[in-house]
Design a protein around this ligand. Structure first.
Ligand SMILES: [Mn+2]
Length: 464
């Protein structure tokens, strides 16, 4: 965790923004895998709770009473039985002190705090819960049915938290740099291990293990697959085959739970084929164009659309697309190849603050999410600001089922060459992803060392 002044300052700022009522931050509980004491490990704290209270233990709740200007960390101290099995941990009072919180209390007192606030009809602010046990906890404390909790969550609190967490402090950027270092090790290890004959699961497992060896855990389940066209393709027992591509989308979390998220696509044989290079160089150009365009004041939606235009122009050169570029992009024809967005916010959550709703995180009054297939998957569209961290992750995929589906209905047939698309059904997919920090007048990739992505660099690294 950071110095306690960080948490004191953050809570003070939050209070100013939310103005009145009682804020309750629910920390996460242990999440059982197959019996209560066998949880998914390591324990993962809720990111907003971490941001304001820093404590990494399960079963904690942070309360900020704005009207009475008091702060309380709530949780039960562990008993001797738990100490025997898990070792001693800091008391709730100690954890409160470490975060500069004046008061601590047991879970029983949370019931009283909530009951009193409800009786006095005070505004109780909480964030939309995403775990079922937290939903039950809120039902029990506030009497709001789990189905109504998303709508009952405090929009004032969501907006304030998003405003603060969107702009990364210097010490947070340092954490992200640390995560990037682990990410570099993960991806270069994949490059060294990839060769015909090894299984996807072997490479994926080695890559994930590095995240746990140098940091807390993976920032999301490692994607490693020869079926790069499957967006979240889990590593299978399939054996890597010469001539195919392998896509690796993986990242790590530091001990303080800051993330990295990178993707590289590599030729299993160590050398790209001509056909692979043609597609790869388009994705590479799109990735680099986003680096050029991203700066404070620019809408990430516009950067995304510029990438779609470039991709369409280049796919027209290959004969895969046709017609007027503007019209094709307006019709969403490019989504045949790029059915997702250019990127998302990243920080303590790999899709940062996703649980708080993309309408508030990636969009605002000026720019709303699109409903068109493809663009609707863009998670970040609003104007960039200095200190934002977003991913730059264009891709081109050949999804056999999508080709069949659009071909059958004739969807966007004036912009797509279905005959040629048929011959790409065994191609897979390519994505290149880096995490970028928006600076004073541009952006930079996070990470001291760049994971190779120019085709020659990838081939050279794989050969070395
Ligand atoms: Mn990503």
């Amino acid at each position: 965790m950071f110095e306690k002044d960080t948490y004191i300052r953050r809570r003070a700022e939050l209070k100013k923004m939310v103005q009145n009522g009682v804020i309750i931050f629910f920390g996460n509980n242990e999440s059982p895998c197959n019996f209560p004491n066998n949880g998914y490990y390591p324990f993962r704290q809720d990111s907003s709770f971490l941001y304001y209270f820093g404590a990494q233990r399960d079963g904690l709740v942070g309360v900020i009473d704005i009207d009475n200007d008091t702060e309380t960390l709530i949780g039960n101290d562990i008993d001797i039985d738990d100490i025997v099995w898990y070792g001693a941990v800091d008391s709730v009072k100690d954890m409160a002190t470490q975060a500069g919180v004046a008061h601590s209390a047991s879970m029983k007192q949370l019931k009283t705090i909530c009951y009193d606030a409800l009786r006095l009809k005070r505004k109780i602010h909480f964030l939309p819960p995403y775990r079922h046990d937290t939903k039950l906890q809120i039902f029990d404390l506030l009497g709001i049915h789990p189905h109504q909790q998303k709508e009952s969550a405090s929009i004032e609190l969501i907006k304030a938290v998003v405003k603060m967490r969107s702009v990364k402090e210097d010490q947070e950027v340092e954490e992200l740099e640390r995560a990037a270092e682990i990410g570099y090790k993960m991806h270069t290890t994949a490059m060294k291990l990839i060769k015909p004959g090894v299984t996807e699961k072997f490479v994926g497992g080695q890559v994930s293990g590095i995240a746990g060896s140098y940091g807390a855990m993976v920032s999301f389940p490692t994607i490693f697959s020869q079926h790069g066209e499957i967006m979240h393709g889990n590593p299978s027992m399939a054996v890597l085959e010469a001539g195919r591509l392998a896509l690796c989308d993986a990242g790590a979390e530091t001990m303080n739970n800051y993330c990295s998220d990178n993707t590289r696509t590599m030729p299993v044989s160590g050398k790209f084929t001509q056909r692979q290079l043609e597609i790869y160089s388009i994705v590479e150009a799109c990735h680099d164009l986003a680096l050029e365009l991203s700066k404070p004041g620019v809408k990430y939606y516009d950067v995304h659309m510029d990438i779609c235009r470039l991709m369409t122009d280049r796919l027209k050169e290959l004969g895969l697309m046709k017609g007027d570029t503007e019209e094709a992009v307006r019709a969403g024809a490019h989504a045949m190849f790029l059915p997702h967005g250019l990127g998302h916010m990243m920080g303590m959550d790999v899709h940062d603050m996703e649980s708080l709703d993309q309408r508030y995180v990636g969009f605002d009054d000026e720019i709303q999410p699109s409903t068109q297939f493809g663009t609707s998957a863009l998670r970040m569209g609003r104007r960039l600001e200095k200190g934002f961290v977003v991913t730059d992750e264009p891709g081109i995929y050949f999804i056999p089922a999508l080709i069949d589906s659009w071909k059958a209905t004739g969807h966007c047939k004036e912009f797509l060459n279905f005959e040629l698309l048929e011959t790409y059904k065994d191609f897979g997919g390519i994505r290149i992803e880096d995490d970028i920090l928006i600076t004073d007048n541009g952006c930079r990739i996070i990470g001291k060392e760049q994971i190779p992505y120019h085709p020659k660099d990838v081939e050279d690294y794989m050969a070395s």
